[in-house]
Ligand binder design. Structure first.
Ligand SMILES: [Zn+2]
Length: 123
C-alpha cells in the first residue's frame, strides 16, 4: 500500500496490511506541514534467528509503535523514529517490513536456549 504524502489529511485514517504472518494496523494523520504521524501495531508471528545457536524459530509478537514520517531531509539528531519519504510517497509495506526487521535485529533466544539460560540462573 502506498499513499502520496500530500493526500494525507489531519483526520486520522486507518490502515491495515499483512506481511507474511504479521498483521500491521493502526492510523496515520498529518501532524505538520512536512510531517505525518503513524501509530501502528504489529500482531502475529515473526520468524527470529536465535542469537546463541542460530536456530530459526517463530514467536508471537504484539507490539505498538509510533513513527514520524517527513517529506524532507531531517537532521541526524532528530531522526530517531523518523522516516524520510523524499519521493513524496508513504510506503506502508516498506514501513511494516522495516518495523519487523528492527524487531528481528533485537536480541532473541530460541525456546531451548531460553530454558538453558533459566537453568544456568538457578545454579
Ligand atoms: Zn538457540
Amino acid at each position: 500500500m502506498q499513499i502520496p504524502f500530500r493526500k494525507i489529511h489531519e483526520a486520522p485514517k486507518p490502515f491495515c496490511l499483512k506481511e507474511d504472518e504479521v498483521e500491521c494496523s493502526g492510523t496515520f494523520r498529518r501532524s505538520g506541514k512536512h510531517r505525518v504521524t503513524l501509530e501502528g501495531e504489529l500482531k502475529g508471528e515473526i520468524e527470529f534467528a536465535c542469537d546463541r545457536c542460530g536456530a530459526l524459530f517463530r514467536a508471537p509478537v504484539e507490539e505498538s509503535f509510533t513513527l514520524e514520517l517527513v517529506d524532507r531531509p531531517v537532521k541526524v539528531e532528530e531522526s530517531l523514529d523518523m522516516i524520510e519519504c523524499l519521493d513524496g510517497i508513504v510506503d506502508f509495506d516498506g514501513i511494516c517490513k522495516s518495523e519487523i526487521g528492527s524487531m528481528q535485529s533485537e536480541y532473541h533466544l530460541c525456546p531451548e536456549c531460553e530454558d538453558e539460560e533459566d537453568f544456568e540462573k538457578e545454579f
